[in-house]
Design a protein around this ligand. Structure first.
Ligand SMILES: *[C@@H]1O[C@H](CO)[C@@H](O)[C@H](O)[C@H]1NC(C)=O
Ligand SMILES: *[C@@H]1O[C@H](CO)[C@@H](O)[C@H](O)[C@H]1NC(C)=O
Ligand SMILES: *[C@@H]1O[C@H](CO)[C@@H](O)[C@H](O)[C@H]1NC(C)=O
Ligand SMILES: *[C@@H]1O[C@H](CO)[C@@H](O)[C@H](O)[C@H]1NC(C)=O
Length: 659
């Protein structure tokens, strides 16, 4: 009897106590609770400046790894490699635009099933998840993760408390956060804490009202007792704008040999969170690469280890950005102001683009193995997947680029609904064709100076089927918006065909980066009226038999003069046993490669440094594989004629850096 009363009494005390805790935690990140080892939870224990996971002191060494950049079939392999390093957590972003490419149409299936990614990491490899929900993510991802259709809204300023923007974020979080909730630690899942926004202090808005909005909106969905955090560069100025009351501020910085520098960086974090654990949310063992980049200056492996050791000695938690980068398949690469990001997101990360173990990996693993107090020591070094050198195949031109031209031809490639007639040319955003290519076509009365004051990003100009030149909005210091066109017949039937390529929207300083033709088009200062524009759907119909037949024709029809090696090339790759391989694009110009209907990304070997495109084994099948290359600039060195170009499949990646 006595026992029961005592028990009941302590239950009531407990109830009051935890109730009180929830209350004090409201509006405050420094949630405290006496350790309760039976209740899943993730908190900050202020007096001891540490995390408590299920009531026990906790720190993490985690790695950034993006589910959306890895073929789904390979998640297991890559996550296993993260665990084998001795890491105990993963960290990843959620890219809004990949999940809602078309407004209102959400996709969480296949490679976008992040809940499955985290479950696999947790149940098979005991890896916790640190989740970065955005809505803006940067991540060198198209438009920093924001959907392109936001550009059609009346948003005065993205990533601010502009009511049009916040209303869209509300709608997105209404869909997203109920999927996150069951994964949270308090609900028994692997997700420890949620990052809102990303390096917001680096954005010029400095809008605290917006950060408060994100904080309160997230809490409204997941509860007040979930740890939220922000990440900013380690400077007071950046944290001033990037942090907000009630949200745990963390910092990011790269490798250094100087342990004092590491201490100083955490001192800055501590100014904003005096009684917090130290966290570096992005520690860079590698770096992103842009098209046309000639050099890659990376820290030495020794510096990477020394920096990590300095952080570890201070008791900090750290996240390696990236531990495994993966690939920007399709059109998902973002862009910087000077140039677009390359297709590969190898990042020179410890686990390579194809999932291979690197020297960096082995050194980091060795370092962790030597930490006496680390509780998830490394496992055996996993093996690498087989790689194949399939050799050369013949690629033949089956369509000219201008075959994208005209309503009839276009409909070979795309749904009828993708073509729009208008008086003035319209943008990718207005077309609701967010990515890739749009063909603009009209008739002109005379030749002369063709000028397009505003467009994004590259315009391939054709007159009567003949390629003239390429206009460039801005590529490093190159920019060109006019060209002299000659050869008109002046019969009112001269066809002007402009193929416009979106090379990826800017990720940093996301500032309404619209694509397509954004102004009038002038010939000799006269605005051209009446356009037909067609969004080109890639992969160009997964019409295997049709293209296969054309690929193997004895005498393929010649569409273009022999020195214009532009258009859609196809070839057949025979495969006995599928294995990872790389398409070596050396000798080709610039374009998009498609394997069995899967867009493996953009190539641009004339600029480099990326010369090869990664093809995971899962994209191939035993037997005949259809390879397509949409060549925009001309495949001169890869061809002896348009019916004899070479597609070469090799067993390793090639990057050409001067240094
Ligand atoms: C766009 O937003 C501005 C400022 O928020 C407002 O003044 C204007 O009326 C809006 N326009 C439309 C078409 O909604
Ligand atoms: C533009 O860049 C190229 C290569 O980066 C360089 O050689 C050239 O001098 C630059 N031109 C100008 C005008 O800055
Ligand atoms: C064409 O006209 C534009 C605008 O008048 C001018 O800036 C440009 O230099 C001209 N282009 C050529 C190639 O002559
Ligand atoms: C494939 O192309 C052929 C030839 O143009 C056409 O007859 C057929 O309908 C196409 N099939 C599909 C599924 O698009």
């Amino acid at each position: 009897m006595n026992l029961w009363i005592t028990l009941l009494f302590s239950l009531i005390i407990c109830f009051i106590y935890s109730e009180a805790l929830v209350r004090t935690s409201y509006g405050n990140w420094n949630i405290q609770r006496i350790g309760d080892r039976n209740t899943p939870s993730f908190l900050i224990d202020e007096p001891n400046k540490q995390f408590l996971l299920d009531g026990l002191p906790f720190r993490y060494i985690s790695g950034s790894i993006h589910y959306f950049r890895i073929p789904r079939e390979r998640w297991d392999e890559r996550l296993g490699k993260v665990r084998a390093l001795g890491f105990n957590a993963i960290q990843y972003y959620i890219p809004w635009n990949a999940h809602e490419l078309d407004e209102g149409n959400h996709d969480f299936s296949g490679v976008l099933d992040f809940a499955e990614f985290s479950s696999l990491a947790f149940h098979k490899y005991n890896l916790w998840t640190i989740l970065r929900i955005g809505p803006y993510i940067c991540g060198e991802w198209e438009n920093g993760g924001l959907p392109a259709w936001l550009l059609n809204k009346n948003v005065t300023k993205q990533r601010s408390s502009d009511p049009v923007f916040t209303r869209e974020v509300e709608k997105w979080f209404e869909t997203l956060l109920p999927r996150v909730k069951p994964l949270l630690r308090k609900n028994g899942g692997p997700v420890l804490m949620l990052q809102i926004e990303n390096e917001y202090g680096s954005y010029d808005a400095c809008d605290k009202q917006y950060l408060r909005f994100l904080r309160d909106l997230t809490r409204a969905h997941v509860g007040d007792d979930v740890l939220l955090f922000t990440t900013d560069g380690a400077s007071e100025k950046l944290l001033n704008c990037g942090s907000v009351e009630g949200v745990f501020p963390t910092v990011d910085f790269g490798p250094t040999d100087n342990s004092k520098e590491v201490e100083n960086n955490f001192q800055i974090q501590r100014k904003f969170a005096p009684n917090s654990p130290m966290v570096n949310s992005e520690y860079y063992p590698g770096w992103l690469v842009l098209w046309g980049q000639k050099r890659q200056d990376l820290p030495s492996i020794q510096t990477i280890i020394r920096g990590a050791q300095s952080m570890y000695s201070l008791g900090a938690s750290m996240n390696f950005y990236m531990i495994h980068g993966g690939t920007n398949f399709g059109f998902w690469n973002g862009a910087e102001t000077e140039a677009p990001c390359i297709t590969s997101y190898d990042y020179d990360a410890p686990i390579s683009e194809a999932g291979d173990i690197t020297t960096k990996y082995l050194e980091i693993r060795k370092w962790i193995k030597g930490l006496p107090d680390w509780t998830t020591p490394p496992l055996d070094v996993p093996g690498n997947s087989p790689k194949a050198n399939f050799g050369n195949i013949k690629m033949r031109l089956v369509h000219s680029v201008e075959k994208f031209n005209g309503m009839m031809d276009m409909r070979d490639f795309s749904d009828a609904g993708d073509c729009v007639d208008s008086e003035k040319p319209i943008s990718f955003e207005t077309m609701n064709h967010p990515l890739g290519l749009i063909a603009y076509q009209t008739k002109i009365n005379s030749c002369g100076n063709l000028t397009i004051p505003s467009f994004g990003d590259f315009v391939y100009v054709y007159l009567n089927g003949k390629y003239i030149d390429t206009l460039t909005r801005r590529y490093y210091n190159l920019s060109r918006n006019s060209v002299i066109i000659e050869g008109c017949r002046n019969d009112g039937e001269d066809r002007l065909f402009l193929l416009v390529e979106n090379q990826g929207r800017k990720t940093f300083e996301t500032i309404n980066d619209r694509k397509g033709i954004l102004s009038d088009v002038f010939v000799n200062n006269e605005a051209i009226r009446f356009w037909t524009q067609c969004g080109i759907k890639l992969p160009l119909q997964d019409n295997f038999t049709y293209y296969l037949r054309r690929a193997s024709k004895k005498n393929p029809r010649k569409f273009m003069t022999s020195n214009q090696k532009q258009g859609v090339f196809v070839g057949v790759l025979p495969v006995e046993a599928p294995a990872d391989t790389w398409l070596d694009t050396t000798g080709w110009g610039k374009g998009i490669a498609i394997v069995n209907g899967r867009n493996i990304g953009r190539y641009w070997p004339t600029e480099g440094p990326q010369m090869t495109l990664y093809i995971p084994a899962e994209f191939l099948k035993t037997g005949e594989n259809l390879v397509m290359m949409v060549e925009l600039e001309g495949a001169h060195d890869a061809c002896t004629s348009t019916s004899a170009c070479v597609g070469n499949f090799i067993d390793h990646p090639i990057f050409h850096f001067d240094k």
